[in-house]
Write a protein that binds this ligand. Sequence first.
Ligand SMILES: *Cc1c(COP(=O)(O)O)cnc(C)c1O
Length: 377
Amino acid sequence: MKHIYFNKPHLTGKELGYMKKAVKNGKLSGDGLYTRQCQAFFEKKYNFGKVLLTNSCTDAIEMAAMLCNVKEGDEVIAPSFTFVSSVNPFVIRGVKIIFADSAAENPNMDVKQIENLITPKTKAIVVVHYAGIACDMDAIMTLAKRHNILIIEDAAQCIDSFYKKKPLGSIGQLGAFSFHESKNIITGEGGMLTINDKHFTERAEIIWEKGTNRSAFFKGKADKYEWVDVGSSFLPSEITAAFLTAQIDELDKIQTKRKKLWERYHKNLKDLSAKKNIKLPYIPEYATNNGHMYYLVCNSRNERTKLIDYLNKNSIQAVFHYQSLHKSPFYKSHYKGAELQNSDHYSDCLLRLPLYYDLNLKEVDYICEKVKEFYTN
Ligand SMILES: *Cc1c(COP(=O)(O)O)cnc(C)c1O
């Protein structure tokens, strides 16, 4: 068996063609034809109020933090079991992060605990839909309304995933997606901000364009092009948008294949899960699966280390990720909250198996065979 990598970026084959056209168009900076086409595609397909392409999901969350007007002393609630970009854009602005524990059944924030974390200083909640599997958004939106708090969906892993038929990233006031090469559709580095509350749209376009009214000016809505607010350079070049166009063309095909691989893992590992107390991804009734990630939750850190080694010896690269942010070298001295047992448990025991478009069912069967072999020996 040849070595099975954890991830392989998938190319549809049309990327260079579109990029060549973008170059021929002679407009390479952002907000050109390809950018607008991509934005319109996502707005239409997923009912987002407004989409702005960005250079990363991190950038999109950075824009969200600016749009929320957070300042020193404010508080933002976020899960501890997530990527640093869910919270860094707020920390930069002097915000105190109130970390929430994960649920027992999956790594998403435990919604029942959120209300206890809300104070008069709470400005926003960053909701992370782990592995593209939705959090209970009705419960969260109800809380948010009652306490007048903004909801930002870190939907980095969530393209083409839904909560009760609503696309993820379309429910909170703001949402952030990633097109990093580890996600379902990619541009190497890339992302987008979704704006579902109209009153943020105009300012989002200004922040996106370095704090200028360039967008309004070119639409004929301003008579001068000038500096009107804070901002930065968040928009990607047309070359990136052209690359994304090729990925979008095959979105449905990519999703079908990824979900098929995911289902195969799930079917193959069901028995083992019952026998050895290994937890497989749990998808609540209100959520869909977008085939972003397949993971196991082992019984201990030691068991996970041994399983990774065993798979590695059999030419399979498996990985773990997220170490609880409240215990990170950067944040632990600031953290004064409670123990977050579930978050720590996922940090110690969650293991990710290879899942990407160019993987095949035979390879998934082989990986599952080796996982089972490890647990029977
Ligand atoms: C990948 C990821 C990010 C960061 O995305 P970038 O596009 O690399 O900035 C943020 N949050 C989560 C949950 C992610 O999975």
